[in-house]
Design a protein around this ligand. Structure first.
Ligand code: UD1
Length: 425
């Protein structure tokens, strides 16, 4: 039997929490340490999460020494690095592919088993590989692994077919250690890209245009030791704000940049939810009546984030009206719908579009998380539902939410962790 979270729902969540550092910013910044040689990278506000430990283990395997305490991570990079990555770590997490560019730039060679990660549709890395090829790497696929090699990379202009977050990050890091001027066009504009650009600037590379579709990088021959602060986690913040709304309470998230939540906040405003923002916090309160249905399409930043799609769907299941959600970033990111239906939701799937008909109440059930954000959404459903909900598949949730139960309980949630039978032995 799996570990389970038992949630006794129906209690309004009230109060404030502080956002964790962004997982999706910390992971690429950690990978960028591999660009250093005999130098140190210090990261501040790193969340203590499973994915962060997986990336730390991967960097250690390659030769880095890492200490991590109280949100501060110190990565010491030796003169010589290994460049073959182990399948057991890489398959745990798709973001492992972020070490490919830095290793090719630093070691002229890298081997990466094809990565794993959340089960949300097919997630190739062809754009990463195409970009590295443009920069002068030769790529071979051998027995389920990518082998990248070069005699020397050259700065160039790369136009991405799609503004992939990971491909933009991989190429940005590679270009930072490739002398000359590289340009990435149709680059992803996510705030996490700007956090990485900030890290690379602190190491001595020239990066301009991050946060726009055209990023210009003038690489250096060698990069320097640096200290970087990780930005707040906009996906975690969105999840807690929706928990307050769905339980008809009022949650404030502090220590965030409300601009990073722009697409979510404007949709909620459209639905009739009271949104209050200060320069570094957001408070959502339920309107005292049901919120309305909305139509939304997920898309790259600054569009509506795909990583909040399951959570907003959970809130829209309780709306007074019908909503239409179109998922344009990933295929098959609706695995959670079957579980939602067990809790009384009315949802119809047509390809990558779902129609959600709001219902007056949700009821507790036994459900399973299929991926990280689906797991977060099921927890929100459990908090809002009448009766008891049991969520398993929690290993996905721990990949992205630091001290989730402690934070939810501080807002008044009634939840309990029941260890699986392996732990009881
Ligand atoms: C990152 C986030 C993830 C988020 C996603 C989209 C991290 C660690 N993860 O993932 O949480 O859901 O952005 O906001 O930051 N694609 C290709 N070929 C490629 C690369 C991507 O076809 O070479 C496709 C993917 O299959 C997917 C879409 O592009 O359909 C978006 O992927 P991408 O932006 O690369 O997401 P990730 O960097 O994997």
């Amino acid at each position: 039997m799996d570990d389970r979270m038992i949630i006794r729902g129906g209690r309004p969540l009230r109060g404030s929490i502080t956002a964790q550092g962004a997982k999706n910013a910390a992971l690429p910044v950690m990978a960028s340490a591999l660009l250093l040689q005999g130098r140190r990278l210090i990261l501040e506000r790193v969340p203590d999460l499973q994915d962060i430990h997986t990336m730390a283990d991967l960097l250690r395997h390659l030769g880095a020494q890492i200490s991590f305490e109280g949100g501060r991570m110190t990565i010491d990079v030796p003169e010589e690095l290994k460049w073959e990555t182990p399948a057991n770590l890489v398959r745990k997490m798709r973001a492992s592919s972020l070490v490919l560019g830095p290793l090719v730039a630093r070691c002229k060679e890298a081997v990466l088993p094809l990565p794993g990660g959340c089960a949300i549709g097919s997630r190739p890395i062809d754009l990463h590989l195409k970009g590295l090829t443009r920069m002068g790497a030769s790529i071979d696929l051998e027995q389920g692994s990518v082998r990248a090699r070069t005699d020397g990379l050259s700065a160039t202009r790369i136009a991405l077919d799609f503004p992939s977050v990971g491909a933009t990050e991989n190429l940005l890091m590679t270009a930072a250690l490739t002398p000359g001027e590289s340009v990435i066009e149709n680059a992803a504009r996510e705030p996490e890209i700007s956090n990485l650009a900030q890290a690379l600037r602190a190491m001595g590379a020239y990066v301009e245009g991050d946060g726009t579709g055209t990023v210009v990088i003038r690489g250096a021959k060698e990069l320097e030791s640096a200290t970087v602060r990780i930005i707040p986690d906009r996906i975690e913040a969105s999840t807690y704000l929706l928990a307050g709304l769905m339980t008809r309470g009022e949650v404030t998230v502090n220590g965030i940049n409300p601009e990073h939540l722009g697409a979510l906040l404007s949709k909620l405003d459209e639905a009739g939810v009271a949104v209050e923002a200060s320069p570094d916090s957001v408070c959502l309160s339920s309107p005292g009546r049901d919120w309305g249905g909305v139509t939304l399409t997920t898309s790259p930043y600054p569009g509506f984030p795909t990583d909040v799609q399951p959570q907003i769907m959970a809130a829209l299941c309780m709306a007074d009206g019908t909503s239409v959600i179109h998922e344009s970033v990933f295929d098959s990111r609706y695995v959670h719908v079957e579980e939602f239906r067990r809790m009384g939701c009315k949802i119809d799937i047509q390809g990558n579009t779902v129609v959600v008909i709001g219902v007056p109440k949700l009821t507790g059930a036994e459900v399973r998380a299929s991926d990280l954000r689906a797991g977060a959404a099921l927890i929100l459903m459990g908090l809002a539902a009448e009766g008891e909900t049991s969520v398993c598949g929690l290993n996905h949730v721990w990949r992205g939410y630091e001290r989730l139960m402690e934070k939810m309980e501080s807002l008044g949630a009634d939840m309990e962790f029941v260890p699986g039978s392996e732990r009881e032995e």
